[in-house]
Design a protein around this ligand. Structure first.
Ligand SMILES: Nc1ncnc2c1ncn2[C@@H]1O[C@H](COP(=O)(O)OP(=O)(O)OP(=O)(O)O)[C@@H](O)[C@H]1O
Ligand SMILES: [Mg+2]
Length: 247
Protein backbone atom coordinates (compact mmCIF):
# COMPACT_ATOMS: atom_id res chain seq x y z
CA UNK A 1 0.00 0.00 0.00
CA UNK A 2 2.68 2.48 1.12
CA UNK A 3 6.32 2.13 0.20
CA UNK A 4 8.91 4.59 1.46
CA UNK A 5 12.45 4.17 0.23
CA UNK A 6 15.61 6.07 1.07
CA UNK A 7 13.74 9.08 2.40
CA UNK A 8 15.85 12.01 3.59
CA UNK A 9 14.26 15.21 4.92
CA UNK A 10 16.23 18.23 6.04
CA UNK A 11 15.48 21.34 8.03
CA UNK A 12 18.16 23.62 6.62
CA UNK A 13 21.47 21.89 7.28
CA UNK A 14 20.00 19.34 9.70
CA UNK A 15 18.95 15.97 8.33
CA UNK A 16 15.97 14.97 10.48
CA UNK A 17 15.50 11.79 8.40
CA UNK A 18 18.30 9.87 6.75
CA UNK A 19 17.54 7.31 4.05
CA UNK A 20 14.52 5.88 5.81
CA UNK A 21 12.80 2.93 4.19
CA UNK A 22 9.54 1.50 5.43
CA UNK A 23 6.50 -0.30 4.06
CA UNK A 24 2.88 -0.65 5.09
CA UNK A 25 0.89 -3.46 3.50
CA UNK A 26 -2.84 -3.38 2.82
CA UNK A 27 -4.87 -3.98 6.01
CA UNK A 28 -1.72 -3.77 8.06
CA UNK A 29 -1.25 -1.71 11.23
CA UNK A 30 2.35 -0.55 11.43
CA UNK A 31 3.79 1.23 14.46
CA UNK A 32 6.56 3.79 14.49
CA UNK A 33 8.25 4.38 17.83
CA UNK A 34 11.33 6.22 18.99
CA UNK A 35 12.47 8.88 21.43
CA UNK A 36 11.60 12.58 21.26
CA UNK A 37 13.26 14.25 18.30
CA UNK A 38 13.87 10.95 16.45
CA UNK A 39 12.06 12.22 13.36
CA UNK A 40 8.69 10.47 13.66
CA UNK A 41 6.61 13.56 12.95
CA UNK A 42 9.01 14.55 10.18
CA UNK A 43 8.45 11.17 8.56
CA UNK A 44 4.64 11.35 8.69
CA UNK A 45 4.62 14.98 7.55
CA UNK A 46 6.94 14.19 4.65
CA UNK A 47 4.78 11.29 3.52
CA UNK A 48 1.60 13.40 3.86
CA UNK A 49 3.11 16.10 1.66
CA UNK A 50 3.60 18.77 4.33
CA UNK A 51 7.39 18.58 3.95
CA UNK A 52 9.39 17.97 0.83
CA UNK A 53 12.04 15.25 0.97
CA UNK A 54 15.59 15.99 -0.18
CA UNK A 55 16.00 12.42 -1.42
CA UNK A 56 14.07 9.21 -1.69
CA UNK A 57 10.74 8.03 -2.91
CA UNK A 58 7.20 7.57 -1.61
CA UNK A 59 4.87 5.22 -3.46
CA UNK A 60 1.19 4.86 -2.67
CA UNK A 61 -0.45 1.83 -4.23
CA UNK A 62 2.51 1.55 -6.61
CA UNK A 63 2.17 5.13 -7.78
CA UNK A 64 5.05 7.58 -7.22
CA UNK A 65 3.69 10.42 -5.06
CA UNK A 66 6.97 11.84 -3.73
CA UNK A 67 6.65 15.54 -2.93
CA UNK A 68 2.95 15.71 -3.84
CA UNK A 69 0.92 18.33 -1.95
CA UNK A 70 -1.19 17.36 1.08
CA UNK A 71 -4.30 17.92 -1.02
CA UNK A 72 -3.09 15.53 -3.70
CA UNK A 73 -2.11 12.96 -1.08
CA UNK A 74 -5.59 13.16 0.42
CA UNK A 75 -7.13 12.65 -3.01
CA UNK A 76 -4.76 9.73 -3.59
CA UNK A 77 -6.15 8.10 -0.43
CA UNK A 78 -3.77 9.08 2.36
CA UNK A 79 -5.11 10.97 5.39
CA UNK A 80 -3.09 12.34 8.32
CA UNK A 81 -4.26 12.76 11.91
CA UNK A 82 -1.63 15.34 12.85
CA UNK A 83 0.30 15.72 16.08
CA UNK A 84 -1.75 17.72 18.60
CA UNK A 85 -4.81 17.28 16.39
CA UNK A 86 -4.76 20.68 14.63
CA UNK A 87 -8.52 21.12 14.62
CA UNK A 88 -10.10 24.33 13.43
CA UNK A 89 -10.94 25.58 16.92
CA UNK A 90 -13.44 28.25 15.94
CA UNK A 91 -15.32 25.99 13.58
CA UNK A 92 -18.01 23.58 14.71
CA UNK A 93 -17.66 19.82 14.83
CA UNK A 94 -19.64 19.36 11.63
CA UNK A 95 -17.65 22.08 9.84
CA UNK A 96 -14.40 20.33 10.78
CA UNK A 97 -15.81 17.07 9.46
CA UNK A 98 -16.92 18.65 6.20
CA UNK A 99 -13.39 19.96 5.67
CA UNK A 100 -12.11 16.41 6.10
CA UNK A 101 -14.50 15.35 3.35
CA UNK A 102 -13.60 18.18 0.99
CA UNK A 103 -12.38 15.76 -1.67
CA UNK A 104 -15.75 13.97 -1.79
CA UNK A 105 -18.97 14.95 -3.59
CA UNK A 106 -21.76 16.48 -1.50
CA UNK A 107 -23.65 13.20 -1.60
CA UNK A 108 -20.65 11.11 -0.53
CA UNK A 109 -19.86 13.64 2.16
CA UNK A 110 -23.26 13.28 3.75
CA UNK A 111 -22.99 9.47 3.63
CA UNK A 112 -19.62 9.64 5.34
CA UNK A 113 -20.94 12.02 7.97
CA UNK A 114 -23.49 9.33 8.85
CA UNK A 115 -20.73 6.71 8.99
CA UNK A 116 -18.37 8.65 11.26
CA UNK A 117 -21.19 9.65 13.57
CA UNK A 118 -22.05 5.99 13.96
CA UNK A 119 -18.42 5.30 14.87
CA UNK A 120 -18.20 8.34 17.21
CA UNK A 121 -21.69 9.01 18.64
CA UNK A 122 -20.37 11.81 20.87
CA UNK A 123 -19.75 13.92 17.76
CA UNK A 124 -23.48 13.91 16.99
CA UNK A 125 -24.16 15.35 20.44
CA UNK A 126 -21.57 18.08 19.87
CA UNK A 127 -22.52 18.71 16.24
CA UNK A 128 -22.80 22.50 16.52
CA UNK A 129 -20.12 23.03 19.17
CA UNK A 130 -16.91 24.85 18.27
CA UNK A 131 -14.05 22.34 18.20
CA UNK A 132 -12.10 24.52 20.65
CA UNK A 133 -14.63 23.71 23.37
CA UNK A 134 -14.34 19.93 23.07
CA UNK A 135 -12.67 17.87 25.78
CA UNK A 136 -9.39 16.17 24.90
CA UNK A 137 -11.03 12.82 24.22
CA UNK A 138 -13.76 14.38 22.08
CA UNK A 139 -11.22 16.43 20.16
CA UNK A 140 -9.14 13.33 19.41
CA UNK A 141 -12.25 11.53 18.14
CA UNK A 142 -12.99 14.51 15.93
CA UNK A 143 -9.42 14.54 14.57
CA UNK A 144 -9.66 10.85 13.66
CA UNK A 145 -13.19 11.24 12.28
CA UNK A 146 -12.06 14.18 10.16
CA UNK A 147 -9.37 11.98 8.61
CA UNK A 148 -11.89 9.20 7.95
CA UNK A 149 -14.20 11.63 6.11
CA UNK A 150 -12.04 11.28 3.01
CA UNK A 151 -12.51 7.45 2.99
CA UNK A 152 -8.74 7.05 3.07
CA UNK A 153 -6.99 3.90 1.86
CA UNK A 154 -4.39 4.52 4.59
CA UNK A 155 -4.47 6.63 7.76
CA UNK A 156 -1.33 8.11 9.35
CA UNK A 157 -1.75 8.99 13.05
CA UNK A 158 0.77 11.10 14.95
CA UNK A 159 0.57 10.43 18.70
CA UNK A 160 -3.20 10.04 19.00
CA UNK A 161 -3.05 9.49 22.78
CA UNK A 162 -0.76 12.45 23.51
CA UNK A 163 -1.82 14.52 26.49
CA UNK A 164 -4.90 12.46 27.30
CA UNK A 165 -5.85 11.18 30.75
CA UNK A 166 -5.28 7.41 31.21
CA UNK A 167 -8.94 6.54 30.72
CA UNK A 168 -8.94 8.40 27.40
CA UNK A 169 -5.67 6.75 26.38
CA UNK A 170 -7.51 3.44 26.83
CA UNK A 171 -10.34 4.78 24.71
CA UNK A 172 -7.99 5.81 21.88
CA UNK A 173 -6.31 2.40 21.82
CA UNK A 174 -9.73 0.68 21.84
CA UNK A 175 -10.65 2.84 18.92
CA UNK A 176 -7.47 1.90 17.04
CA UNK A 177 -8.37 -1.74 17.73
CA UNK A 178 -11.84 -1.18 16.25
CA UNK A 179 -10.41 0.47 13.13
CA UNK A 180 -7.97 -2.42 12.83
CA UNK A 181 -10.85 -4.90 13.05
CA UNK A 182 -12.51 -3.03 10.16
CA UNK A 183 -9.39 -3.80 8.13
CA UNK A 184 -8.11 -0.24 8.03
CA UNK A 185 -4.52 0.28 6.95
CA UNK A 186 -2.69 2.49 9.44
CA UNK A 187 0.76 3.85 10.23
CA UNK A 188 0.77 5.03 13.84
CA UNK A 189 3.31 7.01 15.84
CA UNK A 190 3.06 6.72 19.63
CA UNK A 191 5.20 7.53 22.64
CA UNK A 192 3.23 4.84 24.38
CA UNK A 193 5.32 2.08 22.79
CA UNK A 194 3.95 -0.90 24.70
CA UNK A 195 0.34 -0.05 23.95
CA UNK A 196 1.15 0.54 20.30
CA UNK A 197 3.04 -2.75 19.94
CA UNK A 198 0.04 -4.54 21.44
CA UNK A 199 -2.22 -3.31 18.66
CA UNK A 200 0.22 -3.21 15.70
CA UNK A 201 1.21 -6.01 13.33
CA UNK A 202 4.74 -4.73 12.72
CA UNK A 203 6.78 -1.82 13.95
CA UNK A 204 9.84 0.26 13.23
CA UNK A 205 12.06 1.99 15.78
CA UNK A 206 13.39 5.32 14.61
CA UNK A 207 16.48 6.78 16.29
CA UNK A 208 18.06 10.10 15.27
CA UNK A 209 16.55 9.99 11.82
CA UNK A 210 17.34 6.37 11.00
CA UNK A 211 15.50 3.08 11.33
CA UNK A 212 17.36 1.27 14.10
CA UNK A 213 15.21 -1.86 14.40
CA UNK A 214 12.12 -3.27 12.80
CA UNK A 215 10.13 -6.45 13.15
CA UNK A 216 6.91 -8.10 14.19
CA UNK A 217 5.28 -6.12 16.98
CA UNK A 218 4.93 -9.26 19.10
CA UNK A 219 8.70 -9.88 18.84
CA UNK A 220 9.60 -6.27 19.61
CA UNK A 221 7.42 -6.40 22.72
CA UNK A 222 9.75 -9.07 24.13
CA UNK A 223 12.85 -6.95 23.55
CA UNK A 224 13.57 -5.32 26.90
CA UNK A 225 16.81 -3.86 25.47
CA UNK A 226 14.80 -1.96 22.88
CA UNK A 227 13.01 0.05 25.45
CA UNK A 228 16.19 0.99 27.27
CA UNK A 229 18.33 1.74 24.23
CA UNK A 230 16.07 3.14 21.60
CA UNK A 231 12.84 4.26 23.06
CA UNK A 232 14.20 5.91 26.19
CA UNK A 233 11.38 6.95 28.44
CA UNK A 234 8.67 5.91 26.02
CA UNK A 235 7.41 3.29 28.46
CA UNK A 236 6.14 6.07 30.66
CA UNK A 237 2.52 7.02 30.20
CA UNK A 238 3.44 10.24 28.49
CA UNK A 239 7.00 11.46 28.52
CA UNK A 240 6.39 14.59 26.52
CA UNK A 241 5.56 17.87 28.18
CA UNK A 242 2.07 18.78 27.08
CA UNK A 243 -1.01 20.57 28.19
CA UNK A 244 -2.59 17.94 30.46
CA UNK A 245 -6.13 17.15 29.52
CA UNK A 246 -8.09 15.29 32.12
CA UNK A 247 -11.60 16.10 31.00
N1 LIG B 1 10.56 23.04 11.75
C1 LIG B 1 11.73 22.56 12.17
N2 LIG B 1 12.89 23.24 11.96
C2 LIG B 1 14.08 22.74 12.37
N3 LIG B 1 14.23 21.57 13.00
C3 LIG B 1 13.12 20.85 13.22
C4 LIG B 1 11.83 21.30 12.83
N4 LIG B 1 10.92 20.34 13.19
C5 LIG B 1 11.62 19.38 13.79
N5 LIG B 1 12.95 19.65 13.82
C6 LIG B 1 14.03 18.81 14.35
O1 LIG B 1 14.03 17.58 13.64
C7 LIG B 1 14.22 16.49 14.52
C8 LIG B 1 13.05 15.54 14.40
O2 LIG B 1 11.88 16.16 14.91
P1 LIG B 1 10.46 15.45 14.89
O3 LIG B 1 9.46 16.43 15.35
O4 LIG B 1 10.24 14.82 13.58
O5 LIG B 1 10.69 14.31 15.98
P2 LIG B 1 9.62 13.36 16.69
O6 LIG B 1 10.22 11.99 16.66
O7 LIG B 1 8.29 13.55 16.14
O8 LIG B 1 9.68 13.87 18.19
P3 LIG B 1 8.53 13.93 19.32
O9 LIG B 1 8.49 12.59 19.92
O10 LIG B 1 9.02 14.95 20.28
O11 LIG B 1 7.24 14.34 18.65
C9 LIG B 1 14.42 17.10 15.89
O12 LIG B 1 15.80 17.21 16.11
C10 LIG B 1 13.76 18.44 15.80
O13 LIG B 1 14.38 19.35 16.68
MG1 LIG C 1 6.46 14.14 16.89
Amino acid sequence: MLEISGLTTRYGAISALRRVSLTVGANEVVGLIGPNGAGKTTLLNTVAGLLRPAEGEVRLEERAVTGDSPDRMLRAGLALVPERRRLFAQMTVVENLRIGGVTASAEERSERLDEVVELFPVLKEKWGTAAGYLSGGEAQQLAIARALMSSPRIVLMDEPSLGLAPVLVDFVFDLIGRLRAEGRTMLIVEQNATRLLEVADRAYVLRTGEIAVDGMASDLLQREDLFDTFVGSARDEDSKPSEPDTR
